[in-house]
Design a protein around this ligand. Sequence first.
Ligand code: CTP
Ligand code: CA
Length: 222
Amino acid sequence: IRSLLAGGPLSGRHALVTSGPTWEPIDPVRFLANRSSGRQGHAIAAALADRGARVTLVSGPVSVPPPSGVTVTRVETAREMLAACTAALPADIAICAAAVADWRPAETATLKLKKGAGTPPPALALAENPDILATLSAPGPLRPALVVGFAAETNDVVAHGEAKRRSKGCDWIVANDVSGDVMGGAENEVHLITEEGVEHWPRLPKEAVAARLADRIAAVFA
Ligand code: CTP
Ligand code: CA
């Protein structure tokens, strides 16, 4: 409704955004997770809605509030996130800002694991999770016209980001250095990597990064 009334540059477009961490259960009370707060993904969802898009936000467990005017689907695991994303298609735009757990425990215990006197700690066998960004980027009738991924790196940020753009098949990569306080923090310093080249953006509040990215996206659909 907001997008129809607002008539912004993205009105009539459907944007799918992933945000937050995923939780991968070990047993009924324990899980594998990461430091993602969902702030960047949620800010992008809000910025796209502000420009008139209909936005589906698929969010892992976060404590940031859901942006107004956005349809939120809450999930816990990577596999649930993938299912929610494919169910949300078709979309014109997909932005994968979630910090998806790369691995999940190969088995989830139905009963809480117990420590026992004299027994060694259990070994945790892992299985690889599906890659949501690569799945959404794969050629096909449901591929969004513009697919944007993030690259969370701690070294050689641009080189790794460029390699990810190619290997995942997405159109743009927003590459950031997560060795400092970016994950969970309020600000982000990113490189926008496209087919045309690399742009370095200054360190900005995550809301400002989102606004700038949403303006770039709106220009594509102008
Ligand atoms: N991503 C995803 N599904 C996964 C893993 C990552 O959709 N199972 C997406 C993220 O949302 C992000 C991009 O892929 O947009 C890159 O994530 P990142 O963790 O930086 O890269 P990986 O490909 O997982 O490689 P690595 O963690 O080993 O650097
Ligand atoms: Ca990863």
